[in-house]
Design a protein around this ligand. Structure first.
Ligand code: ZN
Length: 449
């Protein structure tokens, strides 16, 4: 038994939350209850929240007011759930180009959390939410973690890309981090025999209750563990996210580590969107916080594959209404055997990244490049990395209005930090980078054998 985990869960974390005024545990408690509400009740509440958000955006965001007027609608036109298709969708380009007009006049930008997406769907962007929304986001993540057997205080190990210039925090920050988040972070931005041997050694020593990783990274690591005959890495559960989890990878990972994989769909804009429960029969949507819809020919549908659009039901500072996240999926009408009322969804396409080869031969996850190289460089509307030769990468780039020539230097320097100084970058400016027919958007493509 992990006594430290129990002490953190039952004493230290609640104490910290009470002392700092954090509301995340209250959100968690509410979500633990509402997940068992009936579908009808959840849908009814969602619709109420959606209408409230729409009215709020119409009243307080100049951008939305103009946009709804141009579409010829006012919040009063939404009489029933079927009328939702009247509400225009929102693209990333709109957010990239009008970030300030999208912020509600009830909020001052300087009081908000400023966040940024990476480029895994090719288009990095900046957005805001209120500090309270941060708490409800964490509350939701904690709930979804618990489905995978990951409780507050549990030792977790994360195979993640890390920014190459991460700085150690102050002691106070580090203690707080330890209480909130007892995670061993293994920098998986570069995968080689040597780095994977180090991961194995670290995991055998740390004995995490839960492992979290990008699906493809973990697939590659599982192959290594199997080939080397390493035994003893035995977490209770594994959370895979950020990439499409193939059936082969799921089987390989479960077989190698002797536990179930809990697939998760999330993104920077909304934190956890949906994740698997213990039934592994699709992913339950985080429906108290997000309205997830699937559009087929512009209409909101259940049971068919289509484009996923998401409304954040709690981000009043910068409303995101029917946001086109550029993933493809379906919402299922079947009920789950776990008796949670939260609707189920599947991802059918989505973000696909190949590993790129660094100049020294090691593999670098496309998700890492998307997250740590692209984030924060202004003016990149869309981007794609293509590697045809070991020492050269072609960067296809669609410039936005905020693009500056100096961004190119920054992009080159950051890319070389991950792929090696010897890597040659060829920049190709494009008008647009289309998605593939399947609806998948490929951020990185590696054509090397
Ligand atoms: Zn379930």
């Amino acid at each position: 038994m992990d006594l430290t985990a129990l002490a953190i869960r039952h004493v230290l974390y609640p104490l910290w939350a009470a002392q700092s005024g954090s509301t995340r545990l209250r959100y968690l408690a509410e979500l633990e209850k509402s997940q068992y509400w009936s579908r009808e009740m959840l849908a009814e509440r969602q619709w109420e929240q959606f209408r409230r958000m729409l009215a709020h955006a119409f009243e307080t965001c100049p951008y939305y007011r103009a946009k709804f007027r141009a579409a010829g609608i006012t919040p009063a036109d939404l009489r029933s759930r079927e009328d939702i298709d009247l509400v225009p969708t929102l693209t990333k380009e709109e957010i990239q180009e009008h970030p300030d007009e999208m912020v509600s006049s009830r909020y001052a930008t300087r009081t908000l959390v400023r966040d940024m997406t990476g480029g895994s769907t090719g288009s990095p962007m900046q957005f805001y939410y209120e500090p309270e929304r941060f708490e409800s986001r964490v509350g939701a993540v904690l709930r979804h973690n618990r489905w995978a057997g990951w409780n507050i205080g549990d030792r977790a190990a994360v195979l993640w890309g890390a920014p190459q210039d991460m700085i150690a925090g102050r002691l106070r920050d580090r203690i707080r981090t330890w209480i909130q988040d007892r995670r061993l972070i293994l920098d998986a931005s570069e995968l080689s025999e040597a780095s994977m041997r180090n991961f194995a050694t670290a995991l055998l020593a740390y004995r995490p209750a839960v492992l979290q990783a990008y699906a493809n990274t973990l697939g590659l690591f599982a192959q290594y563990i199997k080939a080397e005959g390493i035994d003893g890495i035995r977490p209770r559960g594994i959370v895979c996210s950020a990439e499409v989890l193939t059936t082969e990878n799921r089987r390989l990972i479960e077989d190698t580590f002797g536990c179930r994989v809990f697939n998760r769909y999330g993104c920077r804009e909304f934190a956890v969107i949906a994740s698997e429960c213990e039934a592994h029969d699709g992913m339950h949507i985080n429906a108290e916080n997000l309205l997830v819809e699937v559009l087929v020919d512009g209409r909101s549908r259940t049971g068919e594959d289509g484009e996923i659009v998401i409304t954040d039901l709690r981000n009043f500072a910068m409303p995101m209404i029917r946001y086109r996240i550029r993933d493809v999926g379906r919402i299922n009408s079947a009920a789950c055997s776990c008796s949670r009322g939260l609707p189920l969804m599947e991802l059918s396409g989505g973000r696909v990244t190949d590993f790129l080869r660094a100049a020294n031969g090691s593999r670098v996850s496309g998700i890492v490049i998307a997250t740590y190289v692209i984030t924060g460089i202004p003016g990149i509307r869309q981007i794609q990395f293509v590697q045809d030769e070991p020492r050269a990468v072609t960067v296809r780039l669609v410039k936005g209005p905020q693009w500056l020539p100096s961004a190119l230097e920054e992009l080159t320097a950051r890319t070389r930090r991950y792929l090696g100084e010897a890597m040659q970058l060829r920049i190709e400016y494009r008008e647009r980078i289309p998605q593939e027919k399947s609806g998948k958007y490929r951020f990185s493509i590696c054509n090397l054998a």
